[in-house]
Design a protein around this ligand. Structure first.
Ligand code: CA
Length: 442
């Protein structure tokens, strides 16, 4: 058994919380951290367990923690989790083990069970918040199939730019407009110009798109000027979420040269609100797939044997759409794509090492996007720009409707689920946004 695996991954254990028993998303073995409010109290930290949220503040008041777990619980009970994320891994792991003991059936949980009525809140009646004050948001471009598909549509030959297989390409995006799942997404106004138009006009984006991405929460940071070596990069990552990098393609196509995306991406980003910890994800690690023959070996500062052996993840991803018509007819969401985190060309540790190699300092609560995580074939393309070939073909939905890009009233839902035989499957919780009409231009 890997040193990363411990009793908190034991599939035979169940929680005394009834809804958590074999829960498809938040079973006992997940224990993600987030920030919630009930309406009666201010936002504070909690842990998802089944259909409930375990209230860390009340658990501390009930005297359920001591020692290192208490120190970590205090940080995790705060209205923002930056302090918790900045803790060293050992403290965070101690809290996970104590939470597992408190919430599992067995002798250790008798005390917690006695406080059940005050410790648990129905998640459906709580509001989830962005779990940290996000200092910086960097969006990578590490989904190689998305990058390749974009090159094909732009008639580049070869489709990937020469730097792609050497540099984990990214752009610095906007932290202030990151919202928790469920927050409406207002269609942006901006300068739009499609390829078939000779001059730009100002108005609502006509090609509003989603991007199926993984979010990476940074834990302990580094001092300015002191790079994080790749062999230590994993210590600086606290957990993962889903991330939708909403993109206005007609604004993007006009504005992006030569400095990259600006207003086409900064009007909003949606994240799933739970931080699924690297500890919870340990069973789903896998080797980074070997690079195709002919691809360059990464430069030494991006190469670490241990990272190559276990730095990738097998996590299934989905993007779904539910239109206004589907909701009115009571139809379920229509799946647009099914992909997997294993399609990343660069590992998360390679992203951390590259981001800091020039001396840039990361801080607890910073977030990375992976880049759109498309699968090699159409069934797993993670954006409408790919699915509709920039609007040239119609995407047919189960309702009989068609789309080339998102329309007002559409819900776009991202989901992630990690499964492996012998372990409890865990999910991330929905990352959802509904498109609402643009502000009218006066
Ligand atoms: Ca993106």
């Amino acid at each position: 058994m890997s040193r990363e695996l411990d009793e908190t991954h034991d599939v035979s254990r169940q929680s005394w919380v009834a809804s958590a028993k074999s829960h498809p998303v938040f079973p006992l073995q997940n224990l993600p951290f987030g920030v919630f409010s009930t309406g009666a109290d201010d936002p504070r930290g909690g842990v998802a367990i089944g259909d409930e949220i375990f209230d860390l503040k009340r658990a501390i008041e009930a005297g359920l923690f001591a020692g290192p777990a208490l120190e970590a619980a205090k940080a995790a009970a705060a209205p923002t989790l930056n302090g918790f994320m900045g803790l060293r891994k050992g403290l965070r792991a101690a809290l996970r083990k104590r939470l597992f003991a408190l919430l599992a059936e067995g002798e250790d949980s008798v005390e917690a069970h006695a406080f059940e009525a005050t410790l648990l809140h129905r998640a459906a009646s709580c509001t989830m918040h962005v779990p940290a004050t996000i200092g910086s948001f960097t969006d990578f471009f590490a989904g190689i199939h998305h990058a390749y598909n974009g090159g094909v549509r732009n008639k580049r030959n070869p489709p990937l730019l020469p730097n792609y297989k050497y540099v984990p390409v990214a752009y610095h995006s906007r932290a202030s407009s990151i919202h928790a799942s469920g927050t409406p997404v207002r269609r942006p106004n901006g300068q739009r110009k499609r390829a078939d138009e000779s001059a730009p006009t100002f108005g609502p984006s006509r090609n509003l798109d989603f991007e199926l991405e993984l979010g990476v929460w940074i834990g302990p940071g580094n001092a300015p000027g002191e790079p994080i070596g790749i062999s230590r990069a994993g210590e600086h990552v606290v957990g993962l979420c889903m991330l939708n990098d909403w993109s206005a393609r007609d604004i993007q196509a006009w504005e992006y040269q030569p400095l990259g995306p600006f207003l086409s991406k900064n009007f909003g980003t949606t994240i799933s609100p739970w931080i699924v910890t690297m500890e919870a994800l340990a069973p789903f690690r896998r080797a980074q797939p070997p690079r195709p023959e002919g691809d360059p070996t990464p430069l030494p500062y991006l190469w670490d044997e241990a990272d190559q052996e276990s730095g990738a993840f097998d996590i299934g991803l989905e993007a779904l759409i539910r239109t206004k018509t589907m909701r009115e007819k009571g139809m379920p969401a229509h799946r647009l794509s099914a992909s997997n985190v294993k399609h990343l060309y660069w590992t998360i540790s390679q992203m951390v090492a590259h981001h800091t190699c020039g001396g840039c300092n990361l801080q607890p609560g910073d977030i990375f996007g992976s880049g759109t995580l498309s699968a090699p074939d159409r069934s797993g393309w993670g954006s409408f720009s790919e699915l509709s070939e920039d609007g040239r073909t119609l995407v047919e939905l189960a309702s009989g409707e068609t789309r080339t890009f998102l329309q007002d009233g559409d819900d776009l839902i991202l989901r992630a689920r990690a499964e492996r035989e012998g372990y409890a499957a865990i999910g991330f919780g929905d990352c959802t946004g509904r498109i609402v009409p643009a502000v009218e231009i006066g």
